[in-house]
Design a protein around this ligand. Structure first.
Ligand code: NDP
Length: 325
């Protein structure tokens, strides 16, 4: 049996219930993993509220690290006793142990502890595809990155510094801006006290940025388009402030032949080999010291509702983990 946080109805954090569930044996292509730590992500909020619907009841959580207890037929990249971490569907990582598909579970390298593994997989793989796969960024390019002091954000700041990319961050307090700057953002705008569009224009001598990475959604989408150079790329990859309203694609022409994409991590890691390759690239960034994973909040599994309240209230920075045991 494994203690597991589930929801039986969509709604607020009060929907979480801790239950004991049987774990079972892995079938073909599956592993049983005993978790040591689970990561919290904003996608968990979208799933809890029903913005991204699930069949209920459902356990939540898409990121964790632990020890492989058993492997099913056909699994060759993991064995019993291996340390491992993952960002993977289906949701269900907020638990002590589970059986799950093995394809996206990655062996955790020496020197990366369980908490770090749990705090970095979903967020770090996201930064990897945003910087290397959605559009080929090159040294000297300028990116506007919203919510730069968050979980994905602090990894993006350091990734940009390591790859010679000028990252203009935004964040909701001056303290968060300072944190983004300390982690490699070239500039950071407090978008609750300043007009980020005007600030970006000043910082780029009116030219605009090559790429915007916008996970805030409703509140920033339109302003973000106005920060782009002609032919620039708008990457809308989240909705922390609410979903982006329907867009008339004609505006992309009027604003300078802009490109617009709405990517998801799970498309990029659906293929086993691609996922393992992307994880190896992420592990290299972390083990080389180029990227440090900030674990700024820790909660017990039993306090998962409080963890969600804190994340939604914009009171977190960096990554948040649920500790087990
Ligand atoms: P964060 O730690 O970045 O938390 C979200 C942040 O968004 C907040 O801290 C806050 O920062 C900012 N924010 C702005 N407006 C609001 C609002 N109205 N309510 C709440 N927060 C707001 O979360 P994650 O690192 O887990 O994820 C970052 C974003 O990236 C999320 O939108 C997530 O869905 C998206 N994402 C998308 C993926 C994809 O493949 N498409 C994969 C992974 C993440 P501040 O106070 O500084 O404004």
């Amino acid at each position: 049996m494994a203690q597991t946080a589930i929801i039986e109805a969509f709604g607020g954090p009060e929907q979480f219930k801790l239950v004991d569930r049987p774990v079972g044996e892995p079938g073909p292509g599956e592993v049983r993993i005993s978790h040591r730590s689970c990561g919290l992500n904003f996608i968990d909020v979208y799933q809890r509220t029903g913005l991204y619907p699930l069949n209920l009841p459902h356990a939540l959580g898409m990121e964790a690290a632990g020890v492989i207890e058993a492997v099913g037929e056909g699994v060759t990249h993991l064995k019993e006793g291996d340390r491992a971490a993952y960002a993977a569907a289906p949701p269900g990582a907020y638990c002590e142990a589970r059986v799950m598909p093995a394809a996206q579970v990655c062996p955790l390298p020496e020197g990366v502890d369980f908490e770090t593994g749990a705090a970095m997989m979903l967020k770090g793989l996201t930064v990897n595809y945003l910087f290397h796969r959605t559009t080929p960024l090159k040294r000297g390019d300028t990116v506007l990155f919203h919510a730069a002091a968050g979980g994905v954000g602090l990894i993006a700041c350091q990734w940009a510094r390591d790859e010679g990319i000028t990252l203009i961050g935004t964040a909701g307090t001056d303290e968060k801006c300072q944190l983004a700057l300390d982690n490699g953002a070239t500039h950071c705008i407090n978008y609750r006290t300043a007009d980020f569009k005007a600030e970006v224009a000043k910082l780029t001598d009116g030219k605009g940025v090559d790429v915007v990475m916008d996970s805030v959604g409703k509140d920033t989408f339109e302003g973000s388009l106005d920060c782009l150079k002609p032919l620039g790329m708008m990457i809308s990859f989240g909705n922390a402030s609410g979903p982006v309203p329907p867009v008339n694609i004609g505006i992309l022409g009027g604003k300078g032949s802009l490109k617009l994409t709405r990517p998801t991590l799970f498309t990029h890691i659906a293929d086993h080999a691609a996922c393992q390759q992307m994880a190896a690239e992420l592990f290299a960034k972390v083990t080389s010291g180029a990227v440090k994973i900030h674990i700024d909040q820790r909660f017990a599994l039993a306090d998962v509702a409080e963890a969600h309240r804190t994340l939604e209230a914009r009171k977190t920075t960096g990554s948040t983990v649920l500790t087990l045991g």
